[in-house]
Design a protein. Structure first.
Lengths: 174, 656
């Protein structure tokens, strides 16, 4: 009798453990939904306009960290490309490409092509470009800062630029 | 929303907004749909019948050149092409498409110049064109660290239609999107294609205007009634041959409307402005704004007797001699300066060191010597600009350099002791000015400045205000219509210096001529940090950076004051309030928090003022006006006064 009761408790424990693991997996899987929000900056330089983008849900065999990495790349490419050209928005200079995105802890390290420094402008454009990128990436769960690289190199500022890029950018920088 | 759907912008525009859109997205998802409205190729009719050439399914003709994809794998009804296939890479470069994918990543993201994102997902046959999902014949896969994509699906998504031309496949660029947007006085027809789109306006009989696009086919639907102001109908006629297609877009104008010649944009677009037609309802016009600048401007604050609002330049000093000699384990350089001047020294990261004397001219010729000294490798004296003399040293390693004003000018001593590399710049005055404005007490290691970094904003020199004229030297800043940002910022800064000096402040400029602050060829960081160093190392009370804004189009205008540290908001508010209330005539773009390098890294209250927009024609008129530049300088000086009071009061409060 005692043995069967112990067996019953053991089975119950195993079932509870499996259930807990399943719940944790589901929670991780649903950390980023099928829709993410990309932002663009209006030409007033301050208004961020949310822009929902559809992406694939977490795939079978794709870990939560891989999914976050993929989502971050997806979001960064969208933010750098900007909305349709018919929309008045502050845009990254033509030719700016996202070379890679690496999520390091809670910081997304975004490597941009050198074209990002090709536009000689004022604070308005430079600020608006990076603001939209930072708002987009920090909207993903687990990311709260964005570090910028250009052609793989750490930079402190853009050529002839104004913005401090020597430290990761956060929403609170605006 | 898809570009190929009715665009809904603001409510005012929505009613008049219509997209005449190709079934291009659907076509991209389906395969080999015949183009029913393509005219029979003329060349085929003229030429004698030829045997159908056999050609590899991986070879296409594109703009009369053969394109052969070599890294391909046959897949269901299509071929899979490797992302790093040389022909594909070349094609993507031609059509201006950027690719984001690295091994291990799930998404292959292609960005067109429009911009449009084409998103493939490894292992998933669905792909996305913006937010429209479609189905490819097979799922992209990874092999040998390369992503393989369905070739024909990819080509169609890029608006390159594979077409059979007597057994040979041709990639025909398509005009795939036509949007009609409402504008203030009509409509704007915007078309997008696979390649930069150039159109030619042809005859316009009976209220029609025809635009010819040579080299392009089209996936646009034919005749469509449209509901745009100034336009009633749009038709698309296709001709030419498969290899040399020709598309004509016919715009049927509304009565009394007209159309311009159209222009190519940078997003693979061609825009036609349509004006006139039935007058749309307009709200009553707002009252016209006051003229930006009154003809009778208030008298600027200048010394009595001066007629010009231009800042008064002090008499220029003369650097008459530079005497260098070794002495007791150090190398002494005595710079003889006749007259009043200021000096600024900077230590560069590579053992170079220089001091600029301003305003000053060099009597005699420049010098360039290599003294046999264990402390100094080279000595150079030259006229840097019209009013700046530079004495530049290349040190033999990390040597300490002391610089102090002397009876005759400036004494520089290069010592064998290690340099305090944290202190990279300093400044002071020479001659009578040094006696009028007492400088900090020199110490054995040179001037004693505040720490280079730290959050403390207690100034060691509470009378000192550092003005930073944005850009300079090799960095012109923004330019437009003959105006150059670096010149304007220096002009305003010089005026501000004059006003503040007259009000009793000690003023230091990060640059007083058209020069880089750190030095030519410096990194962007070094250039900005050098400006920060002037303020931080000088123990300044306040820091003001002057800039002129610019943007990619001419619409934005106005004045913005930027700050970063929360405690600097009051300073920014004080400056901005004056800028927008002293009748400057610019739009108030507000006080904005922003992590700009010079206001982020300075340790005292700091602002960066973007005075106006070089890219805006109305603001450019102001930026050309000396009266307006003087007003800006006055407004900033008044804002400084509102925030910090007078220098005497400021000094007393600091001492308390």
């Amino acid at each position: 009798m005692k043995l069967s009761r112990a067996l019953f408790l053991l089975v119950l424990f195993v079932l509870a453990a499996i259930l807990a693991w399943f719940v944790v997996q589901q929670r991780n899987r649903s950390a980023i939904g099928e829709q993410i929000t990309v932002y663009y900056t209006k030409i007033d330089g301050t208004t961020e306009v949310p822009w929902p983008i559809t992406m694939r849900p977490q795939a079978r065999g794709e870990s939560a960290s891989e999914h976050l990495h993929n989502a971050a790349l997806y979001a960064a490419v969208q933010a750098v490309a900007g909305p349709s050209s018919t929309i008045d928005a502050i845009r990254f200079p033509t030719g700016t490409q996202v070379r890679s995105v690496v999520v390091d802890g809670t910081t997304a390290v975004v490597d941009l092509s050198a074209a990002v420094g090709s536009a000689v402008g004022g604070s308005l454009g430079e600020s608006g470009e990076f603001k939209s990128l930072v708002w987009t990436l920090t909207g993903l769960p687990g990311i709260n800062a964005v570090a910028i690289r250009i052609d793989g190199q750490r930079v402190d500022a853009l050529p002839g630029g104004h913005l401090a890029l020597d430290e990761p950018l956060r929403r609170s920088d605006w | 929303m898809s570009r190929c759907a009715v665009q809904t912008g603001s409510a005012a525009f929505a009613a008049a907004l219509l997209a005449v859109c190709a079934p291009s997205l659907a076509r991209a998802a389906q395969s080999h749909l015949p183009q029913s409205h393509v005219a029979p190729p003329r060349a085929t009719q003229r030429r004698p019948a030829q045997p159908r050439a056999t050609q590899s399914p991986n070879t296409f003709w594109f703009q009369h050149q053969r394109v052969t994809f070599t890294r391909v794998v046959p897949e269901k009804g299509d071929v899979a092409v490797a992302l790093h296939d040389p022909a594909l890479q070349s094609l993507l470069t031609k059509v201006g498409v950027a690719v984001a994918w690295n091994p291990g990543e799930r998404y292959v993201l292609l960005t067109t110049p429009e911009p449009r994102i084409i998103s493939f997902s490894i292992g998933d046959p669905r792909y996305d064109l913006e937010d429209v999902s479609a189905q490819a014949p097979f799922a992209p896969f990874v092999r040998d660290n390369d992503a393989y994509l369905p070739l024909q699906t990819l080509l169609r998504a890029l608006y390159l239609e594979p077409k059979d031309d007597r057994g040979q496949m041709v990639l025909q660029p398509q005009i795939a999107v036509a949007d009609i947007q409402s504008t203030r006085d009509g409509s704007l027809l915007v078309m997008h294609a696979a390649l930069p789109l150039r159109g030619k306006r042809m005859s316009a009989p009976n209220g029609r205007v025809i635009y010819d696009f040579s080299g392009f086919g089209s996936t646009l639907q034919r005749a469509r009634k449209v509901r745009g102001s100034a336009i009633s109908e749009l038709d698309v006629l296709m001709g030419g041959t498969t290899r040399d297609p020709d598309t004509k877009v016919v715009v049927f104008l509304a009565p009394h409307a007209n159309a311009d010649d159209g222009k190519s944009g940078q997003h693979l677009d061609f825009s036609i402005a349509l004006h006139g037609g039935p007058p749309p309802f307009r709200y009553p016009a707002p009252p016209s704004p006051p003229p930006p600048i009154r003809q009778t401007t208030p008298a600027p604050e200048v010394t009595p007797g001066e007629e010009s609002p231009q800042p008064s330049e002090p008499p220029i000093a003369t650097v008459s001699d530079v005497n260098a000699q070794p002495s007791d384990g150090q190398y002494n350089i005595d710079v003889t300066v006749q007259g009043n001047a200021s000096y600024e020294w900077h230590r560069l990261l590579d053992d170079r060191w220089y001091v600029d004397v301003h305003p000053a001219v060099l009597s005699g010729g420049p010098r360039d010597e290599s003294p046999s000294s264990p402390q100094v490798a080279s000595l150079r004296v030259h006229q840097l600009s019209n009013s700046t003399v530079r004495v530049a040293l290349t040190l033999a390693g990390q040597k300490a350099v002391d610089v102090v004003p002397s009876q005759n000018g400036l004494s520089i001593a290069v010592k064998d002791t290690p340099a305090d590399i944290a202190t990279r710049s300093g400044s002071g005055t020479i001659g009578e000015a040094a006696a009028v404005a007492p400088a900090p007490v020199p110490t054995a290691s040179g001037w004693q400045f505040s720490p280079r970094s730290g959050s403390s904003s207690v100034p060691t020199n509470p009378r000192l205000i550092v003005i930073d004229p944005g850009h300079g030297g090799s960095d012109t800043g923004a330019q437009s219509s003959g105006l150059v940002e670096k010149a304007i910022t220096l002009d305003i800064s010089s005026r501000l210096r004059s006003i503040l000096t007259l009000r009793g402040w000690e003023v230091r400029m990060t640059r007083s001529g058209d020069s880089d602050v750190y030095g030519p060829g410096a990194s962007d960081r070094d250039e900005l940090q050098a400006r920060v160093d002037v303020a931080n190392n000088g123990g300044a009370r306040l820091f003001v950076s002057i800039h002129v804004n610019s943007f990619g189009n001419s619409r934005p205008n106005g004045t913005t004051t930027y700050y970063y540290k929360p405690e600097d908001l009051a300073f920014a508010d004080a400056i901005h309030r004056r800028l927008v209330t002293e009748d400057l005539g610019t739009k108030d773009d507000g006080v904005v928090k922003e992590s700009l390098y010079v206001v982020h890294h300075t340790t005292m209250p700091a602002v960066l003022v973007e005075t106006a927009f070089l890219s805006n024609p109305d603001d450019r008129v102001l930026l050309r006006s000396p009266d307006w530049l003087q007003k800006v300088a006055h407004a900033i000086a008044d804002g400084i006064g509102d925030y910090a009071g007078s220098p005497r009061r400021s000094s007393q409060s600091e001492q308390r």
